[in-house]
Design a protein. Structure first.
Length: 316
């Protein structure tokens, strides 16, 4: 039973501009950093080399990350796990959304398991000390209660980071040119994901990314759990916030596809596109996420496609 209905002042307090910017910056920076140093090289080895070169390259990466720190090595293993799970699911012909989400969830569970398994080890104690120093330096104005609220969203932030890492790295890799046909890949002991046809299909799927229709109802339910005061235990509120974050992020990817279609329709220059993409991450994340959410009812892409066809068939 609901005790209170929506209250705009409390809602605005919970979603302050500072938290929105921090949230967006976290996703942007983690995607760029970990994508460059781990996921993109792994995907390149996975898609562009033979099995022997793939494992040799991984051995080099493992050595480098081990020298950096054991914690970095665990992150590398989790990234590798997400890649292997993703391509395993790809052979099952599931949707891109489901493959990315499940892969990210598996990688996140591995990270958490590693943390609890090695929580008494010296390097994790040092890591926690560094986190505390970071909090004292940059988050000293945040109250302990607010810090707990932010930490309670950590599971969804990690899942989102892995999801964005996979999505944008796969999109980047899909632009790589491949001259391998299915027959050539089989002859050279390459996997089917190294072929020209797969990379072309992957590019198309990434640009036409969409969430399944049933995600809308999960989104609405998580919205109620997160922001409507109920008699349910606090764990349900925490669950609602985490699920809401994940849904919002996947709707951002869908909304970004709509923005891309509009930019192509307007024949925007490459520099203009890149600028808009950067602004989308930092300032327009919420707007584009809402755009992706509304696409379920308004089907903006279909309207854009119809508009293109009408203009193409209309004599100038």
């Amino acid at each position: 039973m609901l005790k209170k209905s929506w209250q705009n002042d409390k809602l605005l307090e919970k979603i302050s501009l500072k938290r929105v910017v921090l949230f967006n910056l976290y996703i942007s920076l983690s995607t760029i950093f970990f994508g460059i140093i781990s996921l993109i090289p792994i995907l390149f080895l996975r898609l562009q080399t033979t099995a022997k070169l793939y494992w040799a390259g991984l051995l080099v990466l493992f050595s480098i990350f081990f020298i950096l720190s054991p914690a970095a090595l665990i992150i590398l293993v989790s990234v590798l796990l997400s890649v292997e799970v993703f391509f395993l699911l790809e052979t099952r012909k599931f949707s891109l959304f489901l493959n990315i989400f499940i892969s990210s969830l598996v990688a996140t569970i591995f990270l958490y398991s590693s943390f609890f398994l090695f929580k008494d080890y010296e390097f994790f104690i040092k890591l926690l000390e560094q986190v505390e120093e970071f909090r004292q330096k940059f988050l000293k104005h945040i109250t302990p209660k607010e810090l707990v609220q932010l930490l309670s969203q950590l599971p969804s932030l990690i899942i989102i980071s892995f999801s964005f890492l996979l999505f944008f790295s796969l999109r980047l890799i899909s632009f790589f040119k491949s001259s391998y046909t299915d027959a050539m890949a089989k002859k050279l002991s390459l996997n089917i994901f190294s072929t020209k046809s797969y990379l072309m299909q992957l590019k198309k799927r990434s640009f036409n990314f969409s969430t399944p229709s049933w995600v809308v109802w999960i989104f609405i339910l998580s919205l109620i759990l997160a922001f409507v005061d109920t008699t349910l235990p606090i764990v349900f509120k925490t669950l609602g916030i985490n699920v809401l974050n994940i849904c919002f992020s996947f709707y951002f990817l869908q909304g970004l596809g709509i923005v891309t279609d509009v930019l192509m329709l307007l024949k925007a220059k490459k520099i203009t596109k890149n600028l808009i993409y950067i602004l989308s991450f930092i300032y327009l994340f919420s707007f584009i996420s809402v755009l992706g959410f509304l696409d379920y009812w308004f089907n903006f892409r279909k309207k854009i496609k119809i508009y293109k066809m009408i203009n193409k068939n209309t004599p100038s």
